[in-house]
Design a protein around this ligand. Structure first.
Ligand code: GAF
Length: 393
């Protein structure tokens, strides 16, 4: 980890503890560092039972919690300078307010699952940019539930926390898979996670990038998965999978099918055909990527990232003009691999490059992007991170 990354990590912790003390006039008793995530490869296939390769990063939501001496519970966000007061025996309507609705909804789901918390006070700080596709909502939900579990002594597995966070997203309109929650809860500082969402098996892949670095480039195009595009892609892909299964009389997920089998199908809806082609080909790329990383072949790993971008752009249709432009410039600048990352429709492009290429790439990209889109793309260093739950009492 770089020194600057350690400093950011320390400052967000200190900020949160200070914030808590300023608001509640007492020190917190529990602190959770809940990470955002990147995804190396395996995009939009977690919900089809595919393989994915995410990692937790050193961008965090920090949650400081302590007991409340009143019957209400309070959650204060330092990022938005806003507070929610949650009455002991009552529900409140958070409206469509981004961070508040996650807190209210997850408390509702916890109650339904038999987890009723003692009154608490919480302060939140964050270094995860919202809407950049780095899973700030998964970090918030998983971190908040982790803090409540520690506070109340609930014996609750990480898998169960992930499911509670996923149910919250579903109820709020994003029918997501479990990749982001698993990455945030189970990611390790020195590893990528190879997750098999068929059997829910996880393999930690120790990372030595040698002379290569990972960078995120924030397109600054706001990414919103609740507006219907994500859910529509998933419906189209599921419908195509049903057609494949019924034609070949097979059961299971996309991994049971090859591109040849897809091509040999009688003509069917072109959009659904493309969604299926992405899912089948992406699954194969994840397997190849894992092998390339194990062999230290980052040039081939980068080629696979470019191939994923093409597939997300043409077949899954979740890219945007701004991300496509960054990827085109990356190719010209000799970046090993680049692709739109996460749910898509904006957010970040993930790049893998020899460190010696970065300065020249940035010098070309930034003015060209500013000229074309009137926005300044932000280069974000990527270091791996992990969740930490600390008892301060
Ligand atoms: C979002 C979702 F939350 C994930 O489950 C995953 O589907 C991802 O988009 C695309 O790979 O982050």
């Amino acid at each position: 980890m770089s020194n600057s990354s350690t400093l950011i990590e320390e400052s967000v912790h200190i900020d949160c503890e200070i914030l808590f003390s300023e608001i509640y006039h007492v020190a917190p008793t529990i602190k959770v560092q809940s990470p955002g995530r990147i995804n190396l490869i395996g995009e939009h296939i977690d919900y089809y039972g595919g393989y994915v390769m995410p990692a937790a990063i050193d961008r965090y939501i920090v949650i400081c919690l302590g007991p409340a001496d009143q019957s209400d519970s309070k959650v204060y966000s330092g990022t938005f300078d806003e507070q929610i007061i949650i009455p002991a025996n009552g529900t409140i309507d958070p409206g469509n307010h981004h961070w508040k609705k996650y807190i209210i909804k997850v408390l509702e789901i916890l109650l339904e699952s038999g987890y009723k918390s003692r009154p608490f006070n919480v302060a939140l700080t964050s270094t995860i940019p919202v809407g950049a596709g780095l899973s700030s909502s998964a970090a918030l939900l998983c971190g908040f539930v982790s803090a409540l579990a520690e506070y109340n002594g609930w014996l609750i597995s990480l898998e169960k926390i992930a499911l509670i966070a996923q149910t919250t997203e579903h109820r709020l309109g994003t029918p997501c898979g479990l990749m982001d929650q698993y990455a945030s809860l189970m990611g390790k500082k020195d590893s990528f996670l190879l997750i098999d969402f068929d059997g829910l098996k996880i393999k930690e892949i120790k990372v030595d990038l040698k002379e290569y670095v990972l960078r995120l480039i924030n397109t600054k195009v706001h990414h919103e998965l609740t507006d219907g595009g994500y859910a529509r892609r998933r419906r189209e892909g599921e419908s195509a999978l049903e057609s494949l299964k019924s034609f070949y009389s097979k059961s299971g997920s996309y991994r049971e099918f090859s591109i040849d089998e897809l091509n040999a199908m009688p003509p069917f809806d072109q959009t659904e055909f493309k969604r299926a082609r992405h899912a089948i080909s992406e699954h194969q790329r994840v397997i190849q990527f894992a092998e390339a990383v194990a062999q230290g072949d980052f040039l081939f790993a980068g080629e696979l990232m470019y191939a994923t971008h093409e597939s997300l752009k043409h077949d899954y249709a979740v890219s945007c003009e701004e991300a496509d432009f960054i990827v085109e410039e990356a190719v010209k600048s000799g970046v090993a691999g680049a692709r739109i990352m996460g749910g898509g429709f904006g957010g970040c492009v993930l790049c893998l490059m020899d460190y010696s290429v970065e300065a020249a790439f940035k010098e070309v990209l930034v003015p060209a992007y500013e000229k074309k889109f009137g926005l300044t793309p932000e280069f974000i260093d990527v270091n791996l991170g992990e969740r930490v739950v600390t008892s301060l009492a």
